[in-house]
Design a protein around this ligand. Structure first.
Ligand code: ATP
Ligand code: MG
Length: 392
């Protein structure tokens, strides 16, 4: 008998050729998420993925913690496997498993059987009934049956082997990263953008990230915070490229030449332009930001429209209709919150105007930008001076 993990994933939405892409990507993402924990056999098995540790002392909780971060997984079921398929081996496996989890305690239970091998002489109901009776008889009165809300729901699956499990641990859902193209996240040190990136990655999109820094107004610590946020996101997405782009000169130029109430919006547009160029170099098909309507002056619907007009690529804003409290809840769940609230300065807070324009009109903004005659070369210079950090 071997310890195994049966991984369940969403089947309904994926049909035909996409199904193989989905399964292969999931398999490979699972592989890289647990490879540092030991050696595993990982294979597809009739609508499930089966993970078998090769060595016995692998840390089970660690494996589960890792799998809980692999998008595409609906549930993780740690259990045991017996390669011999017969009524005797099913009973023996079930008893072994139950003894292990019950120890000396009393429980109510129910047996549920699923069999994909229809050649087996007994049907699912008959197997459940026989195994239930066998357990009642052989567990020294520790068990009683409760078919409605049992404490232990013993699942038996008959596939190429016998699988027995009772725990069904929810996975993160979503789609495997890599099955839905690539997008570039504008990652600040705030609460919102890491959540936005996580949400898009959850739909299977591979993520690259860009952070605009403004030395000497922003510090190394502020940058380190963004690196730490990217690392936290990467625990879900796998490796990610982070571009750190120097933004001070661009901000200074805007500060000198444009009306101060328009600083934020013009700055935001320049960020978008640079992010778009990096996205195109990286074959990313969209940009991602953490904006939500009305949160600050630069996120009114008018400002968002003017920001959008700076680029051709679609801008994905998964938090657009979220309240701050809802965003905070996700940030806490994905472990970015504690990093995001560290009090380091941010490039936008330094050049914040006293009275920011809340209803900018594109024609006036374009008019102001005309005075930025040096901007194209500044944008190019910023991109040329980017630092690339590989986040693992
Ligand atoms: P966040 O919490 O994500 O920083 P925010 O509420 O502070 O968002 P803004 O500062 O207006 O909002 O920024 C809006 C969006 O612009 C951010 O969500 C992020 O996607 C992007 N952004 C802002 N500053 C930077 C930066 N320095 N580098 C990269 N992207 C940034
Ligand atoms: Mg911010």
């Amino acid at each position: 008998m071997k310890n195994i993990y049966l991984v369940k994933y969403g089947e309904i939405a994926i049909k035909g050729k996409n199904r193989y892409l989905f399964e292969d990507a999931l398999l490979s993402n699972i592989r890289s998420s647990i490879k540092k924990l030991g050696k595993f056999h990982i294979k597809k098995e009739q609508g499930r993925i089966l993970i078998e540790p090769e060595d016995k002392d692998v840390d089970k909780d660690e494996v589960i913690e890792q799998l809980k971060k692999v998008f595409g997984i609906v549930a993780i079921c740690p259990g045991i496997k017996n390669e011999e398929i017969s009524m005797d081996s099913i009973k023996e496996t079930a008893l072994y498993y139950m003894k292990n989890i019950c120890q000396k305690n009393q429980y109510t239970f129910k047996v549920e059987t699923r069999r994909s091998d229809k050649r087996f002489p007994l049907n699912s109901m008959e197997i459940s009934r026989d195994v239930g009776a066998y357990l009642l008889k052989n567990m020294n009165g520790q068990l009683s049956v409760d078919v409605h809300s049992p404490q232990i729901r013993l699942n038996i699956e008959l596939r190429n082997s016998v699988y027995v499990y009772s725990m069904v641990i929810p996975g993160p859902g979503g789609m495997p990263v890599g099955t839905n193209g690539k997008a570039m996240l504008l990652l600040s040190g705030g609460i919102d953008s890491p959540v936005a990136g996580w949400m898009i990655a959850k739909r299977g999109v591979e993520i690259g990230a860009v952070y605009f820094e403004s030395p000497p107004y922003t510090s190394e610590r502020a940058k380190q915070k963004v690196v730490d946020l990217a690392r936290t996101i990467a625990t879900y997405t796998g490796k990610m490229k982070l571009f750190v782009v120097p933004f001070t000169k661009i901000q200074m130029e805007i500060y000198e030449k444009c009306p101060h109430d328009q600083l934020t919006i013009i700055m935001r547009r320049m960020m978008m332009k640079i992010a778009e160029r990096l996205a195109k170099e990286e074959n990313a098909l969209g940009l991602i930001t953490g904006e939500s309507i009305g949160q600050v002056a630069s996120q009114t619907i008018q400002s968002l429209a003017v920001t959008n007009a700076a680029v051709e690529l679609p801008v994905f804003r998964p938090l657009i209709g979220f309240d701050k409290e809802e965003i905070v809840q996700i940030a806490k769940k994905i472990n970015t919150y504690e990093i995001s609230i560290l009090p380091y300065e941010d490039c936008c807070t330094i050049f914040v105007p006293k009275h920011p324009e809340t209803k900018p009109k594109l024609e006036y903004i374009l008019q102001s930008e005309k005075s930025l005659d040096n901007m194209e070369s500044l944008l190019e210079e910023a991109i040329a001076n980017k630092e690339i950090i590989m986040i693992e």
